[in-house]
Design a protein around this ligand. Structure first.
Ligand SMILES: NC(=O)c1ccc[n+]([C@@H]2O[C@H](COP(=O)([O-])OP(=O)(O)OC[C@H]3O[C@@H](n4cnc5c(N)ncnc54)[C@H](OP(=O)(O)O)[C@@H]3O)[C@@H](O)[C@H]2O)c1
Length: 225
């Protein structure tokens, strides 16, 4: 059975994807920052990681040494202050947003990459809002900038860190999803998003056409960088 490691699975899309993979018979290790009853109920092996603290990611990697995953997903993310703009945000709030959404995920990716098996893939949960080429408004400008920074870092990761290894890199948009982050007016529910994402991830480990790096949404459609 395929296996996956999901970082940031206490609720929302990470929790939904854990449930989806378990229902498909995958072997899943999933992480929480603090105890999640919903995650405990999935049947996944649960570990504790605060992505902001790379020592906790390293401790997880050590505890999983010898295990090889078909897919590792760095899903954790935050919105930051919704009303903040570049004109109003505090230095600390901006640092936190960029730390959690851009720096910490790449740092975690570098620590966890050795756990991805050859022929597998590693994913970073970005957003369509991180697209620079496709951007035509200033909505959520700081969150969007943090995801654009993540996108840029995943481009370098795909070249420098992957090197000659046969590991695909997915920079993912889950859709606008009804979660604590997406809110009740979002386009799709978690089940729809994670069914699509699970398909995209399965393709990335199973199909020669899906190698390399792709910036895609939950339906597999390419997004402009
Ligand atoms: N929902 C959408 O419409 C949407 C659209 C585009 C992209 N995304 C992205 O998709 C990902 C998941 O979003 P979601 O909608 O499921 O959000 P959510 O419901 O707010 O859940 C966020 C998840 O990230 C975890 N997390 C946050 N900071 C963390 C940290 N420092 N260490 C470890 N875990 C941390 C949370 O854990 P705790 O429970 O401990 O806080 C939670 O499990 C995010 O990267 C988000 O930016 C979402």
């Amino acid at each position: 059975m395929p296996s996956a490691l999901i970082i940031g699975a206490s609720r929302g899309i990470g929790l939904g994807l854990t449930q989806e993979f378990i229902s498909r018979g995958w072997d899943v290790v999933a992480t929480q920052r603090s105890a999640s009853l919903a995650l405990a109920a999935t049947g996944a092996q649960v570990a504790t990681v605060d992505i902001d603290d790379a020592d906790t990611v390293s401790a997880l990697a050590t505890s999983l040494a010898g295990k090889n995953f078909d897919h590792v997903l760095i899903n954790a993310g935050i919105t930051g202050g919704r009303a903040d703009t570049a004109s109003t945000v505090s230095r600390d709030a901006m640092a936190q947003l960029f730390w959690t959404n851009a720096i910490a995920p790449i740092r975690a990716g570098r620590i966890l990459l050795p756990l991805v098996k050859d022929g597998g893939s590693i994913g970073f949960m970005s957003s369509i809002l991180g697209s620079v080429g496709g951007r035509q408004n200033a909505w959520a400008e700081l969150y969007s900038a943090s995801k654009a920074a993540l996108n840029s870092l995943t481009r370098g990761f795909a070249v420098q860190d992957i090197g000659s290894r046969d590991v695909a890199v997915l920079t993912l948009h889950p859709g606008w999803v009804k979660t604590d982050m997406g809110g009740p007016d979002a386009d799709i529910d978690v089940a729809t998003s994670v069914k699509g994402l699970a398909g995209v991830i399965t393709d990335s480990i199973a199909s020669a056409r899906a190698r390399g790096q792709r910036y895609v949404d939950y339906s597999g459609a390419a997004i402009t960088w």
